[in-house]
Ligand binder design. Structure first.
Ligand SMILES: Cc1ncc(COP(=O)(O)O)c(C=O)c1O
Length: 506
């Protein structure tokens, strides 16, 4: 564990860091017009920062050093699967052969089509589905695509089912996707242990039920052991089962959603299949279906007729497009490379290490941080609670901020909503025992600090360049674009940060 209190305070960079934006560093009229440029071609003015190349370089390099990513340290953001993304997939994505244009004639992009076709076939095999569309751009987009498919399926059957059941532990995108597709969302509470309560589910299903949305393992990291009974309850009521594949790393290579009874699903290639997640994407959320829904997939689909690969636009029952062209192609290249490199043995190792790492972490932390039913093995993640720490007036947010002082990334906090003061930690399969030990040591040390010196935790972070931000101010007065006016403390200035603080918030 890094010794924080003395040494990292000493290395605190905030005193030395030059916070000025590049516009503020600019020295106006420093650089003369190039003497060889004819006057007629010269601009009268150009409002860009005026700095030398080394100054620009140093400005951005200094900023990049403030960033935190998986290449810098452990990033166990529960549910987000921020695992290490291998460099060879980046190499594949950067190959010049991938620089094709979506309007190119099919005969000239046979290689790219083959990559997409092969990926679709692998995903069908891994997930036990009969077909896949690679168009959706993220997990949530894939959920919506599945919901739109289910809507269209029942409309074509002239069955006006209007409800989608979602457990209270579901990711927030699930109810949103169902609502966007035009369904009414019925939330069901989880049982005491965090599983779907089959008695409550039986009461919730009816002739109105179009689908149940479920992720397995669920957001608490628990495998829904009653999944076959759950599938039967929904199917007997005439509904369909949707699988949110965002937690697939907990079971990949061992159990397939198709075999558990799911009729359609979404994946997050940018989580499970090692393309970066977060930072604005691009992502990829392929949508898989069983045969009964295959006709409805977004068009075009990628097909092979034994001689050539082609885009099949002749799909009269398709729900239409959910993304321009064929989705985010370079994420697919990375995913296919990853799947082929790991092979079926490697797929099994993903879930093996994902589960091992989570349970090792549970064994180290569950005495200090509250965890319901610690004896039940977790799959990919565990959701602790800072309820004990709250008695010392320390919240999950305070702990998250203090973690930053130790050079690691905080976990997801306050989600899922069913756990008070939630700390949702997902170590992922790519972390070593040493890095998990370091993370656990830090959390245990913070727990000791809470008893001995809660103020240090309450006022964290102390060692990173930006201290505690005013979240309320940031949310209410979202300023997304820099303007010179931001710096002027003028009562009439609508952009003045100082005025906003004085007038509106306190
Ligand atoms: C369980 C679960 N479902 C859905 C999503 C949404 O995926 P995306 O962020 O790709 O839209 C996430 C995101 O992390 C998730 O964890």
């Amino acid at each position: 564990m890094q010794d924080n209190n003395e040494s990292s305070r000493d290395t605190c960079r905030s005193d030395n860091f030059d916070f000025r934006l590049i516009f503020e560093k600019s020295r106006k009229n420093t650089f003369n017009k190039c003497p060889h440029l004819p006057d007629a071609l010269a601009r009268a003015s150009l409002d860009i920062p005026e700095l030398s190349e080394p100054e620009v370089m140093r400005h951005y390099t200094a900023l990049s050093k403030l960033n935190f990513g998986n290449d810098t340290g452990m990033y166990p953001l529960g549910s987000c699967t921020m695992k290490y993304n291998p460099r060879f997939t980046e190499y594949l994505a950067a190959l010049p052969q991938n620089m094709v244009h979506p309007y190119q004639d099919e005969t000239t992009i046979q290689g790219s089509l083959k990559i997409m076709y092969m990926l679709k076939k692998h995903l069908m095999e891994i997930c036990g589905m009969d077909d896949f569309s690679l168009q959706p751009a993220a997990g949530a987009n894939g959920e919506f695509t599945s919901m739109a498919i289910i809507k269209s399926y029942f409309e074509r059957k002239k069955d006006d089912r209007s409800e989608v059941i979602v457990p209270d532990s579901a990711h927030g995108t699930n109810p949103k996707s169902a609502a966007m597709a035009g369904f009414d969302v019925v939330e069901i509470p989880s049982n005491e242990q965090g599983y779907v309560d089959t008695k409550i589910l039986k009461k919730a299903v009816s002739e109105k039920t179009a689908a149940l949305m479920l992720t397995n393992p669920n957001t608490l990291g628990l495998f829904e052991k009653d999944i076959l009974e759950i599938a039967k309850i929904v199917h007997d009521a005439g509904g369909l089962l949707f699988y949110d594949g965002a937690n697939l790393e907990g079971i990949i290579g061992r159990v397939r959603p198709g075999d558990m009874g799911f009729d359609c699903m979404s994946l997050n290639l940018h989580k499970t299949f090692a393309a970066p997640h977060g930072g604005g994407g691009p992502g990829s959320g392929p949508t898989g279906v069983k045969n009964l829904l295959a006709d409805l997939l977004p068009a075009p689909t990628i097909e092979y007729d034994g001689k050539k690969y082609y885009l099949d636009n002749n799909r009269p029952h398709s729900i239409g497009k959910v993304h321009e062209f064929y989705g985010n192609y370079l994420v697919m290249v990375r995913a296919l490379g990853y799947i082929m490199r790991l092979g079926s043995t490697g797929m099994k190792r993903i879930s093996e290490f994902s589960v091992l790492n989570s349970n090792y972490m549970v064994s180290r932390l569950s005495k200090a941080y509250e965890l319901k039913n610690p004896e039940i093995p977790r799959k990919h993640e565990a959701v602790f609670s800072a309820a004990k720490q709250k008695k010392h007036d320390i919240s999950a947010l305070d702990i998250a901020k203090r973690l930053m002082d130790y050079g690691v990334h905080p976990p997801t906090i306050y989600f899922p909503l069913i756990v008070k003061e939630a700390l949702m930690i997902e170590p992922t399969e790519t972390e070593s025992k040493e890095s998990i030990d370091n993370y656990c040591d830090v959390l245990l040390r913070i727990n000791e600090e809470i008893e001995k010196d809660p103020e240090t935790v309450k006022t964290a972070p102390h060692t990173i360049v930006v201290g505690r931000l005013d979240d309320v101010f940031a949310a209410r007065k979202m300023i997304l674009r820099w303007s010179p006016a931001l710096l002027t403390d003028n009562p009439c200035n609508p952009y003045s940060i100082t005025q906003h603080k004085k007038n509106d918030l306190h």
